[in-house]
Ligand binder design. Structure first.
Ligand SMILES: [Zn+2]
Length: 465
């Protein structure tokens, strides 16, 4: 089975090239500069016309939460619905988080997440591991996880009583990561201080969604980020700050990187396009925008775009964690602290960041780099994923940069009853999404075999010497 993608502009992190792409089976067989013509015997079974379109590596969303337990409920996308939505938006790999519950083992958590995902994903997937219970057994198991293709471990300085780890526990896990080459991912917010601010707000009757944002000030993200960086420096392990939202935190990351420390960071579209004003929408509508860290004021968004240009922010992920407005977000009516945390986004990351290209915030190459190539390298998937080159998996998106679409819950494919970007006009759209040589989405229709996606055992972070 071969496919020829003809007439398009191939865009990779390195540059653009007028070239045709030949797919044989699950792999890219050749990238043929246009004037070179097709090689002898290169007649393809299926031809996709990409004239006037970009041909880009499939997006890699390194931060999703499908079917994740949180606050007595579950995020509303299953692996099936969430990965289909991802494919519609031009994302062909997700890395989701397996969650160790307190008192259980990492490997048991991994088994559980394999069960949820196996045979249900439309595109390929990997896992990170959330470590919530640091003890001798857990620390030993980190090595077994790496053997099982899970090479990154997420810890929390937020959510005391749930995922929160003390500085001592974090240091122990970081030391173990340092021995094995694993990357520690950090939710960096000072949850102990935040919980005091939350209690004060609720006691004073300030219960509306906006207070979720006001009780999690950017200084406490900056402080936790600095602390995580210091702990990682002492332990000698690579650190990846997830969902960075505050200029204060970005400054700490930039300073560490300037010193040459192995510190990396991602941000998410919601921090680039939405703000505290959305959290302040009346009639409990603000609940749709509750996520942690919270949406900030627009000056932070401007700093984040700059960080994407300077590579202090290396990756754009979604932190896709959808909860329906009805019955899920509504759990927090009268108490913002009970609103499930999370925003849907897996379907629209490529489009939203393409808007950054349209607006001149980032280059075309940087779009591909932050959304596909760097996540592949960061999480040990390159060059199988994240680029268009012979031998790579044929995960390819034909992207129409001139198409127009309006984001809406009425038309999106995520299993959630609202869109955080309702009514937003987008220039650009994924026209064809190919996962390992199979067309899974074409012109807005899902065409893939269900369960096409397979598990990706990952190597170590490829940015380390
Ligand atoms: Zn998350």
């Amino acid at each position: 089975m071969s496919i020829l993608i003809r007439g398009g502009t191939v865009v990779t992190a390195e540059g653009t090239l007028a070239a045709d792409v030949l797919i044989a089976g699950e792999k890219i067989a050749a990238v043929i500069a246009r004037e070179a013509g097709l090689p002898a015997g290169g007649r393809a079974g299926q031809v996709i016309d990409a004239t006037g379109k970009y041909v880009i590596p499939g997006g890699i969303d390194a931060h999703t939460h499908m079917e994740m337990p949180f606050g007595g409920t579950f995020s509303s996308d299953t692996f099936e619905t969430g990965t289909k939505a991802a494919a519609h938006g031009g994302t062909t790999t997700i890395i989701d988080f397996a969650v160790q519950a307190k008192g259980t083992s990492l490997l048991a958590a991994l088994d559980k997440w394999h069960e949820k995902a196996d045979g249900n994903c439309a595109v390929d997937y990997g896992f990170h591991m959330i470590v919530s219970d640091v003890n001798d057994a857990t620390l030993k198991e980190m090595e077994a996880c790496i053997g099982a293709g899970v090479t990154s471990f997420k810890m929390f300085m937020a959510y005391p009583g749930v995922f929160y780890a003390t500085d001592g526990e974090i240091l122990l896990a970081m030391q173990q990561a340092s021995r094995t080459g694993a990357t520690v991912m950090m939710h960096a917010e000072n949850g102990i201080a935040i919980d005091q601010l939350v209690a004060q707000a609720l006691a004073a009757g300030r219960t509306a969604p906006v207070h979720h944002g006001l009780t999690r000030p950017p200084e406490l993200e900056g402080e936790a980020t600095s602390r995580a960086i210091a702990l990682a420096q002492v332990a000698g392990c690579p650190l990846y700050i997830v969902h960075l939202s505050a200029a204060h935190a970005l400054e700490a990351v930039a300073e560490a990187r300037d010193r040459g420390q192995n510190v990396f960071a991602e941000t998410c579209p919601q921090y680039l396009y939405l703000s505290l004003d959305d959290l302040a929408r009346p009639d409990f509508e603000g609940a749709k925008f509750v996520c942690s860290p919270p949406l900030r004021t627009p000056d932070h968004s401007a700093a984040l775009w700059r960080g994407l240009r300077t590579n202090d922010l290396a990756v754009v992920s979604t932190d896709h964690c959808p909860f329906c407005f009805k019955e899920q977000k509504e759990l927090g009516r009268g108490d913002f602290a009970k609103i499930p945390n999370g925003i849907p986004g897996v379907e629209h990351r490529m489009d939203l960041l393409h808007q950054g290209v349209v607006a001149g915030e980032i280059t075309l190459q940087r779009w591909v780099e932050t959304c596909a190539t760097t996540p592949a390298r960061m999480f040990g998937l390159y060059p199988r994923k994240g680029t268009i080159a012979p031998g790579a998996d044929a995960d390819i998106v034909v992207y129409d940069p001139a198409a127009r679409q309006t984001l809406s819950a009425a038309t999106h494919h995520m299993n959630v009853d609202y869109s955080a970007y309702e009514g937003m006009e987008i220039t650009g759209r994924a026209e064809v999404t190919i996962s390992r040589g199979r067309v899974v989405v074409r012109d807005g229709e899902f065409a893939g075999p269900p369960g096409h996606g397979s598990f990706l055992p990952r190597g170590l972070n490829q940015y380390l010497a």
